[in-house]
Write a protein that binds this ligand. Structure first.
Ligand SMILES: Cc1ncc(COP(=O)(O)O)c(C=O)c1O
Length: 404
């Protein structure tokens, strides 16, 4: 951390404003964990997690493909040098224009029967034949229960009745399956059983629907420790071992690309949000550190605080991804604070709304105006998920620190 803090201090001294900084060394560490433990799988980086181009470029240089959730994310992935078959474009509600602009750049994952018809008609107009995937809303969840209604994909139970419909699509062929039902899973057994269920579903699609399956995209879900008090880390070694075993058993029946999507696992811990303290005041017994950009720089801590302040702890039963994971997900460091004197403070932003609170009643080293706050776990769902334009403030800067 010392070396990183030195980088952060240097950047703050030079720019004197709020910024994100991403450390390539941590991205490398995370990608290497995946590549070492899942040799039979391909990984797609979920661009929405953090589309900053140097990050995408590095991730691509490590061999990952892209999980693109918009036409723009397809272009970002394409510009990073990814070939057609390594960009999978999946999201509900694609427009004709979205499809027309990306049809030669990415494998499109259709999200509905209507969309299959639309892609087919576009391919027909272009006088071409293409392979597409289909996102399926499965009949199972990750807790061994039945599936639920979803805006994503088509219900598994409706597939069989569309057998003739699939055959009628003249210019597209369904060559892959995409499923994603949950993020931030820390129980390896839940993920493993989910992967097993997806294999069974893929076999069903091959046998009963005659799909020629080229790829199975198992979606995201690999979780990280956010709460140091409550989360136990995902046992990635055991998960990898079991998954590779599963593939050994199944690969003769299904010769396909096995794909896992991941965003936060790769980038979350590599990012820090840094913002200077611009004022300090006391009001009715509470000490406030006012920072340059609170929720309009990094939204997620404020949502955690908002939920914690308004909903009894017992009632917040689960995370609301990607907006909220757990209450104590982030650490707030004040490297220049006086470590001999600790004070209870609320760290708040400068917006004209009382909800602009990053954290309440936190014990921190005594800080002065001009010191800066460093917030951890700011690599994922941070810059791209925050209302950066609110109240016309300058955008936070972004820096990427290479390993060397
Ligand atoms: C379809 C899909 N794949 C992958 C991801 C990334 O998941 P994670 O946050 O588990 O990295 C998401 C996140 O929303 C998603 O919607």
């Amino acid at each position: 951390m010392d070396k990183k803090l030195k980088n952060i201090k240097g950047l703050m001294a030079k720019h004197e404003t709020s910024f994100y900084v991403y450390f390539e060394g941590i991205i490398k560490r995370q990608i290497d964990i995946l590549l070492d433990n899942f040799p039979q799988f391909e990984f797609l980086y979920s661009i929405k997690t953090n589309p900053f181009q140097p990050i995408v470029d590095y991730v691509v240089s490590k061999g990952l493909g892209a999980d693109a959730a918009s036409a723009k994310e397809v272009f970002i992935s394409h510009e990073a040098g990814l070939p057609y078959e390594k960009i999978l474009y999946s999201t509900p509600g694609k427009t004709r224009k979205d499809i027309e602009r990306t049809i030669d750049k990415a494998i499109i994952i259709a999200d509905s029967y209507n969309e299959l018809i639309l892609i087919n008609s576009i391919a027909k107009n272009l006088n071409t034949n293409i392979k597409v995937g289909l996102r399926v809303n499965p009949d199972f969840n990750m807790d061994g229960e039945k599936g639920i209604s979803s805006k994503f994909g088509v219900d598994e139970s409706t597939l069989i009745n569309h057998r003739e419909f699939f055959k009628s699509l003249t210019n597209i062929k369904i060559a892959g399956l995409h499923i994603h039902i949950k993020s931030q899973v820390l129980d390896y057994m839940k993920l493993y059983q989910y992967y097993e269920n997806i294999f069974k579903l893929a076999e069903y699609c091959k046998d009963k629907l005659n799909w020629d399956i080229d790829f199975i995209n198992f979606g995201g879900g690999l979780g990280l420790v956010y709460s140091l008090t409550n989360d136990a880390p995902l046992d990635i070694k055991t998960l990898g071992y079991k998954c590779n075993d599963l593939i050994e058993k199944c690969k003769n029946k299904l010769k396909a690309r096995f794909i896992i999507e991941t965003g936060r696992f790769v980038i979350c811990e590599a990012g820090y949000y840094v913002t200077p303290i611009t004022d300090i005041k006391e009001s009715m017994g509470t000490k406030y550190l006012i920072v340059e950009k609170g929720l309009n720089g990094f939204l997620r801590p404020s949502i955690a605080e908002l939920l914690a302040s308004n909903i009894p702890e017992m009632e917040i039963k689960k995370s609301i991804e990607p907006l909220y994971t757990v209450k104590d997900a982030f650490e707030f460091l004040i490297p220049e604070g006086d470590a001999n004197i600790f004070e209870k403070v609320s760290i708040v932003g400068s917006l004209c709304t009382a909800t602009d609170i990053m954290v309440k009643d936190l014990l921190v080293p005594k800080a002065d105006i001009g010191d800066y706050i460093v917030v951890t776990k700011a690599g994922s769902y941070s810059y791209s998920l925050s209302p950066l334009l609110f109240a016309g403030h300058e955008l936070p800067l972004q820096f990427y620190i290479k390993q060397d």
